[in-house]
Design a protein around this ligand. Structure first.
Ligand SMILES: [Zn+2]
Length: 274
């Protein structure tokens, strides 16, 4: 039997993970006064209707970054908070990119965990207003959150720390397959991975943006050593000790390096900051 709707899991009190057909995941956090939707997925279902059905508080929408699988559903909302370095990326996403992403992920859900149809990919009628968000704090009412700028995966990637629940939402910033192919150097990614690692005293769980990838039925945090593995991979590229594999990424020549259980994929022209 296949699920017809995205899957919602409460991973901590008033903290929800929404799995969009195995493509990506979003998070919804409730405080005493406001809610916060983190990411909007690829744009394949009525996300706003889903949130409105279980939250009667006013809420804001914050993007971890501007990629197709996180910003694809922004058309349903009036205002979107995003780091300024990713606004153009989110604004210029095309229907074809979103369709292509959904098609590629749908095809690897070989167990058919989700009953997804390609005509669910929605065309945008409008673009929301973008509210630039910088590193800093926000409070949902008795629920303070910290936002950190962690460029590397994209120039405007951010992570969100919920200190009360000891949860980090890192999306695609530092995970077992960290893509660094959107204009940032490996050195920039290294600095962000070190920044995330320095936050480890404040979180027990780190959720990336692809929990339950391709229909796999798990809702686990990332493994504990992922930050160290990404740091080691970046360092090995920078000190030229890495075993580098040449790969293709959307028709571009890129490189990949593995360390421990993680790998990074990067542009060979973008290693060091100048
Ligand atoms: Zn991404």
């Amino acid at each position: 039997m296949s699920m017809k709707q995205p899957l919602i899991c409460e991973i901590a009190k008033d903290t929800f993970l929404i799995n969009e057909y195995g493509f990506d995941c979003m998070f919804f956090l409730k405080g005493k006064e406001r809610g916060l939707l983190i990411d909007t997925g690829t744009g394949t279902f009525d996300l706003k209707g889903m949130i409105d059905s279980f939250c009667c508080l006013p809420y804001d929408v914050l993007l971890t970054h501007g990629h197709v699988d996180h910003a694809g559903g922004i058309d349903q909302f009036e205002e979107i908070m995003i780091h300024p370095d990713d606004i153009e990326m989110a604004k210029n996403l095309t229907y074809e990119e979103r369709y292509g992403y959904a098609e590629s992920l749908h095809s690897i859900d070989t167990d058919h965990a989700f009953a997804f149809s390609m005509d669910q990919v929605r065309r945008w009628d409008r673009i929301p207003e973008f509210i630039p968000v910088q590193e800093g704090t926000m409070d949902l009412g008795g629920r303070p959150l910290r936002i950190y700028h962690t460029p590397g995966h994209t120039p405007g990637s951010i992570v969100i720390l919920d200190e009360i629940n000891r949860i980090l939402i890192s999306a695609d910033a530092c995970n077992r397959n960290t893509l660094c192919v959107s204009g940032c150097t490996v050195e920039t990614l290294l600095n962000s991975a070190l920044k995330i690692q320095s936050l480890k005293p404040y979180f027990d769980r780190d959720y990336n943006g692809h929990v339950g990838y391709a229909g796999m039925p798990y809702i686990c945090s990332q493994y504990d050593g992922v930050h160290e593995d990404v740091i080691a991979a970046c360092r090995s590229v920078m000190d030229q000790t890495a075993q580098v594999t040449d790969e293709q990424f959307h028709g571009r020549a890129v490189c990949a390096v593995t360390s421990g259980n993680a790998r990074i994929v990067f542009d060979p022209e973008l290693i060091y900051n100048r």
